[in-house]
Design a protein around this ligand. Structure first.
Ligand code: URP
Ligand code: ZN
Ligand code: ZN
Length: 467
């Protein structure tokens, strides 16, 4: 099977060219001006990309699908979440494996991997959350890296008593990460401060979703970033700070980088386009907008977009964590601390970045590709197979129509969640055709691929710095 993308404007993190792209089987084999279809095998599918951008398949480095959390489970399965991803132009995801404090890492890894194998339609990999680090867990974590392809860990400084890790264990894990050349991805908020502030607010009968942000202000996040950077300085471990919500946290990470810490910063789309006023919506609707770190003041949008343009924020993910409004978010009607945290975004991410980043003049197209694809591929050992349009790369391609206009709406969503976090917001642009390793899997908002056609991504650190 082969595919020819003709007449498109091919945009990567560094290049902008009018060239045709030809893939034989799963791989890009030719990139040339004006490839003549009559010279190609008869079964070649020719896609006319006139007036369209051709992007490398986008990568979401921060996704939750199977997520037992806050007394419930996230509502998507691998099939629904990855179909939604593909329709939105995301061809690869990295999901967080989040076991509970009593679960063994090896069993958790198997549980998540079996689910992804059985259901995922896009390509996939994992960050392994390390919640316990006793002797058995240490052995298993090492074995998962050395023999099973785990290439990044996740730690939570937040969620006291559920997912958080002690300082002693964090330090030892970071030493191990340094030894094994593994990236530590981290949720940075001071768990003790959050817990104390939550209790104080509830004691004053401040129980609605609008109190979620005041319970974990920016200083709590900056403190978490500072703490992680200190441990990174001491251990030499490479760190990746997830879902950074405010300019001060980015600035703290950049100060650490200037002092020699190997730190990479991620932001996620809810923090770029939504603000804390959404969590104040009446009829408890604000609960839809409870995530951690919380949505901030609208001024933070500018600070984050500027940091993306400056490449201080390297990647844009989603932190897709879908909980229904009815039956899940409303578990927290009497206390915001019981609202399952998360905002679904896996399908909307690329169109949000295009609309509110590129069309708004905040970032250019190269920065969009870099932050939504190429930089994740480099950081997590997938480049240049993913995140690039080059001979030899996987034929993961997004033929994108920048002139499409239609508002975001729940009815278009392939996720199983019962609301769209961006309902009614302006959308400019849409993935018209999406290919995964040379096969068309989505057309104009519809999934047209195989069942469970995704594959585990083989990650290799030696590719990290290649360009
Ligand atoms: O609110 C969030 N972010 N929910 C998912 C879990 C996490 O912290 O990433
Ligand atoms: Zn988190
Ligand atoms: Zn997350």
């Amino acid at each position: 099977m082969s595919i020819l993308i003709k007449n498109g404007r091919v945009i990567t993190s560094t290049e902008d060219r009018m060239v045709d792209v030809y893939a034989e089987g799963e791989t890009i084999t030719r990139i040339e001006e004006d490839i003549d279809p009559s010279t190609l095998p008869d079964e070649t599918e020719v896609i006319d990309a006139r007036n369209r951008y051709v992007f490398p398949g986008f990568i979401d480095p921060h996704v939750h699908i199977h997520l037992p959390f806050m007394g419930t489970n996230a509502i998507d399965d691998h099939e629904s979440a990855t179909r939604a991803a593909l329709v939105g132009g995301t061809t690869s995801i990295i999901e967080m494996i989040c076991p509970g404090p009593d679960d063994e890492p090896a069993a958790a890894y198997k549980e998540w991997k079996d689910l992804a194998r059985a259901g995922a339609c896009c390509d996939w990999s994992f960050h392994l959350a390390v919640v316990r680090f006793d002797e058995l867990a240490q052995q298993q974590v090492r074995d998962l890296v050395e023999h099973h392809g785990v290439r990044s860990f996740k730690i939570f400084l937040a969620y006291k008593g559920a997912l958080d890790i002690s300082d002693r264990n964090l330090f030892r894990l970071m030493q191990l990460a340094k030894e094994l050349d593994i990236v530590i991805t981290a949720h940075c908020e001071n768990a003790e401060a959050v817990d104390s502030m939550q209790q104080a607010l509830l004691a004053e009968n401040k129980s609605g979703p609008e109190w979620h942000e005041p319970s974990r202000p920016r200083s709590v996040e900056v403190d978490g970033v500072n703490h992680l950077c200190t441990f990174a300085e001491l251990t030499g471990a490479r760190i990746y700070i997830v879902h950074t919500s405010c300019g001060d946290a980015v600035a703290r990470a950049m100060a650490a980088r200037a002092a020699g810490v190997d730190v990479i910063v991620e932001s996620v789309v809810p923090h770029l386009v939504l603000d804390n006023s959404w969590a104040e919506r009446g009829e408890f609707e604000g609960a839809k907008y409870v995530m951690s770190p919380p949505l901030r003041d609208p001024e933070e949008h500018d600070r984050l977009w500027e940091a993306i343009e400056a490449r201080h924020v390297a990647t844009i993910g989603t932190d897709h964590a879908p909980f229904n409004f009815k039956g899940q978010k409303d578990m927290g009607r009497d206390a915001f601390t019981k609202i399952p945290n998360g905002i679904p975004s896996i399908q909307e991410r690329i169109d949000l970045v295009h609309t509110y980043g590129v069309c708004a003049g905040r970032i250019d197209l190269h920065t969009m590709v870099n932050s939504c694809s190429t930089e994740a591929a480099r950081t997590f050992g997938m480049y240049p197979r993913k995140g690039e349009i080059a001979v030899g790369s996987d034929a993961d391609l997004v033929i994108y129509d920048p002139s499409h206009e239609s508002p975001f709406c729940e009815a278009d969503g392939l996720s199983q969640v019962d609301y769209c976090g961006y309902e009614g917001m302006e959308r400019r642009g849409r993935a018209e055709v999406v290919t995964l390793r040379g096969k068309v899997v989505a057309r104009a908002g519809q999934y047209v691929g195989d069942e469970a056609g995704g594959r585990e991504i083989q990650r290799n650190f030696s590719s990290r710095t290649q360009s």
